[in-house]
Design a binder for this molecule. Structure first.
Ligand SMILES: [Ca+2]
Ligand SMILES: [Ca+2]
Ligand SMILES: [Ca+2]
Length: 361
């Protein structure tokens, strides 16, 4: 028995020696063959030209590195050379501009009170770190916004959409609160849409050329010279800057007195501490859909007075009717900012609130 085991051991050692020899031969042939592969060891390799410099790269590294300097961008690993464009949309929201603490800057009361969630309220549920909301001054965060690129040949077809953060000075930035937005699509012409949960969304009038460049393409929606789709898509601020219309607190693409006021009532009546279900309860503090001013408080008089004023002063409401029902979002098709689950929950809350109101009266 013992000699049989010894025999097996000998055979095994011999076999291992052979395998090691084959392995060494294989390595040396790979080393000798290294100089012939200039382009790629896999279909993931590609070439890119920028600033007159051509770069060839291959795939194979798990830790992808990117490097940008002036107009030159270098990437390695699994990134497709045709992807990653960079944009810098600029926009104002009317709500936090209604009584600005600093001229030309949106208020950042939501941030200052610690009410902005680190998870976006929109469909993609993008996240950021709490530290993003520590920044103060011009670049402090106002709220989460929504960005879309739409097909240049079909402005109802959304190619890409994602949550982003809005700074007080109007810059729309990525979830780190400072960087421009990188998008994984080819350089091309796109319609650009920006939107917010209780404002009316807007879109560029024509497709915008977005090239692959380390300097982002600026789409300045605050500038009256930037054409927008539709009629009276934005409000003109007293400064002459443009801003997204505030007041669509139920997010149905229409600012009207009845439905949006009901949404304000819902947030107030269903606020846990409001045990009397009073619509005049004034301590609804936090992050709410119906907070027109984005000041961190929902007050029936504040929000609804502004809603009424907006409807009455809307340029196309020439008869100054409070019942005007055509104060519409100027988009060829709505943004899919909220999931069907979110929308059905909203409906349940609205029904609850209306039932309470009926029983009280
Ligand atoms: Ca800025
Ligand atoms: Ca509405
Ligand atoms: Ca408010």
């Amino acid at each position: 028995m013992k000699s049989k085991i010894h025999e097996y051991q000998n055979k095994y050692l011999k076999m291992r020696k052979n395998i090691i020899t084959i392995f060494i031969i294989a390595i040396s042939s790979v080393l000798q063959g290294q100089s012939i592969e200039k382009f790629s060891i896999d279909s993931g390799g590609a070439s890119a030209t920028a600033g007159g410099i051509q770069i060839l790269y291959t795939i194979g590294e798990v830790n992808v590195q990117e490097y940008s300097n002036a107009s030159l961008s270098v990437s390695e690993g699994f990134i497709n050379a045709d992807l990653k464009i960079r944009i810098n949309p600029k926009m104002f929201l009317q709500g936090p501009m209604l009584s600005p603490a600093n001229a030309g800057l949106m208020n950042d009361n939501l941030r200052a009170a610690g009410y902005i969630p680190t998870t976006s309220p929109y469909t993609d549920a993008a996240t950021c770190t709490a530290a993003v909301f520590n920044a103060t001054g011009d670049n402090a965060i106002v709220d989460w916004v929504w960005v879309e690129l739409r097909d240049k040949n079909n402005n109802t077809s959304v190619i890409l959409s994602q949550s982003a953060l809005l700074q007080r000075d109007g810059d729309v930035v990525s979830t780190d609160g400072v960087s421009f937005i990188n998008l994984n699509v080819s350089a091309d012409d796109y319609y650009v849409v920006v939107n917010h949960k209780n404002h009316l969304g807007i879109m560029t009038e024509t497709p915008v050329l977005i090239t692959k460049n380390s300097t982002p393409t600026i789409i300045d929606f605050t500038d009256v010279a930037t054409g927008t789709y539709g009629t009276h898509a934005q409000v003109t601020l007293s400064s002459g800057d443009m801003a997204l219309w505030a007041g669509d607190v139920n997010g149905d693409g229409l600012v009207n007195y009845s439905a949006d006021v009901n949404r304000v009532s819902t947030d107030i009546i269903l606020f846990p501490a409001n045990t009397e279900f009073s619509t005049s309860y004034d301590f609804v503090d936090g992050y709410f859909q119906s907070d027109v001013f984005l000041d961190g408080n929902v007050s029936f008089s504040n929000e609804t007075n502004q809603l009424q004023l907006s409807v009455l002063l809307y340029p196309l409401n020439t008869s100054f009717s409070s019942q005007y029902n055509l104060f519409l979002e100027q988009l060829p098709s709505p943004s899919a900012m909220r999931s069907s689950l979110q929308l059905s929950r909203e409906q349940v809350r609205l029904d609850q609130a209306l039932e309470i109101l009926i029983n009280l009266n």
